[in-house]
Design a protein around this ligand. Structure first.
Ligand SMILES: Nc1ncnc2c1ncn2[C@@H]1O[C@H](COP(=O)(O)OP(=O)(O)OP(=O)(O)O)[C@@H](O)[C@H]1O
Ligand SMILES: [Mg+2]
Length: 310
C-alpha cells in the first residue's frame, strides 16, 4: 500500500520547549490514523507541520511525497483541513462559505452535494454565528472536502458535540475512507478512535508511547480479561484461596483475571461452590481508553519509558 504520510525523527521546539521530540509516523493511503494524547502532548503541532502551516525544527516529513513546508502551495490543493477550534466568517452562510472555498480552490464541487454529505442542507442559508457547535463542525468538514482532498486532517472534529452529532461525523469519516481518502484524526474520545481507526499512535510529552492497531495496543498493554462480581463478604477471599488466578477489587467490585478462556468456567464453578450469594456477574475487557489512561498515568509517575513504535 502506498504511504500517504511519512514522518521520521520529527522534532519541533518552541524556544526551550520541545513540543515534539523525535517521532516516527507512517500512514498508508486510504486508511484512518488517529493521533491520541493528553492536552499539550504535541498533536496539533504535528498536524500543522504535516499541513505545512508550521515549520519542523528537525526530521523528515513527506505528505503525498511532498515536503509540506517547501511544497505547501502544491500540497494545499490536495489536502483538506479542519483546524482545532474551527471558526469561520460570522456573517456567511454554509452555502456562501462553500462558494467562497470553491472560488479559492477553483473547485467544481457541488455545494448542495457537500452539504448533503455532512447533513447540513437544512442550514444552508443560516449565518455561521447562528449555527450550533455540531453544525459548525459539519461546515468545517464540508469546507475540508471542497477541493476533493486525498488526505483529510481533522483536528478534534467532534470535541464538544453531543453523542448523536458525533456519530454523524463518524458516518462522514467512514464514507471518506470508503472513497479511498486517507484520514489523519486527532481526538480525545478513545472510543471514537477505537471504532474508526486502522491504526493509532499515543503521544505524550512529544514522544510516541504506543502505536499500532487498537487491538494490538490493547493486547500489548492491556490487562487480561476479567470476571466481575458484586462485593459479597467472603467471596474475594474464597476465590483467592480456591483459584490460581489474580483476584482484586476495582470500584468496589471483585475482579478475577482470566489468563485463558477456560478460566471463566472455573471461576463460575468456584462462585457456585462457595455457597455465597454471588451476584452482579459480568465480563470486563480493557478498551483503548483504559490502556491510554494507565499508560499516560504510568509515564507521569516515571514508571514507563517511551518505546519505539512497532
Ligand atoms: N506557537 C506556540 N508557541 C509556543 N508554544 C507552543 C505553541 N504551540 C504549541 N505550543 C506548546 O507546545 C505543546 C504542544 O502543544 P499542542 O498544541 O501541539 O498540543 P496538543 O497535543 O494539540 O494539545 P490539545 O489536546 O490540548 O489540543 C504545548 O506545551 C503548547 O503549550
Ligand atoms: Mg491540539
Amino acid at each position: 500500500m502506498p504511504v500517504a504520510i511519512e514522518v521520521k525523527g520529527l522534532v519541533k521546539r518552541y524556544g526551550r520547549l520541545t513540543a515534539v521530540d523525535g517521532i516516527d509516523v507512517a500512514v498508508p493511503s486510504g486508511t484512518v490514523f488517529s493521533f491520541l494524547g493528553p492536552n499539550g502532548a504535541g498533536k496539533t503541532t504535528t498536524v500543522e507541520i504535516l499541513e505545512g502551516l508550521r515549520r519542523a525544527t528537525d526530521g523528515e516529513v513527506r505528505v503525498l511525497g511532498l515536503d509540506p513546508w517547501a511544497d505547501g502551495a502544491q500540497l494545499h490543493r490536495r489536502i483538506g483541513v479542519i483546524p482545532q477550534d474551527f471558526r469561520f466568517f460570522d456573517k456567511l452562510t454554509p452555502r456562501e462559505s462553500i462558494e467562497y472555498y470553491r472560488a479559492l480552490f477553483g473547485s467544481r464541487a457541488d455545494p448542495g452535494h457537500l452539504l448533503d454529505q455532512v447533513e447540513l442542507r437544512d442550514k444552508e442559508g443560516a449565518r455561521f454565528d447562528s449555527l450550533s457547535g455540531g453544525q459548525k463542525q459539519k461546515l468545517g468538514l464540508a469546507l475540508a472536502l471542497t477541493n476533493d482532498p486525498e488526505i483529510c486532517f481533522l483536528d478534534e472534529p467532534t470535541t464538544g458535540l453531543d453523542p448523536h452529532a458525533r456519530r454523524s461525523i463518524w458516518k462522514v469519516i467512514r464514507t471518506l475512507k470508503q472513497q479511498g481518502r486517507t484520514i489523519f484524526l486527532t481526538t480525545h474520545y478513545l472510543e471514537e478512535a477505537e471504532l474508526l481507526s486502522d491504526r493509532v499512535a499515543i503521544i505524550h510529552h512529544g514522544r510516541i508511547i504506543a502505536a499500532g492497531t487498537p487491538a494490538d495496543i490493547i493486547r500489548a498493554h492491556g490487562r487480561p480479561p476479567r470476571l466481575r462480581f458484586d462485593a459479597v463478604p467472603g467471596l474475594a477471599e474464597y476465590f483467592a484461596q480456591h483459584l490460581p488466578y489474580r483476584v482484586g477489587t476495582e470500584a468496589g467490585r471483585i475482579e478475577v483475571e482470566l489468563p485463558d478462556a477456560r478460566a471463566a468456567a472455573k471461576v463460575l464453578a468456584a462462585a457456585e461452590a462457595s455457597g455465597l450469594p454471588w451476584s452482579g456477574f459480568e465480563t470486563a475487557q480493557d478498551r483503548l481508553e483504559d490502556v491510554f489512561v494507565r499508560m499516560v498515568g504510568a509515564m507521569d509517575e516515571g514508571a514507563l519509558r517511551p518505546e519505539v513504535a512497532p
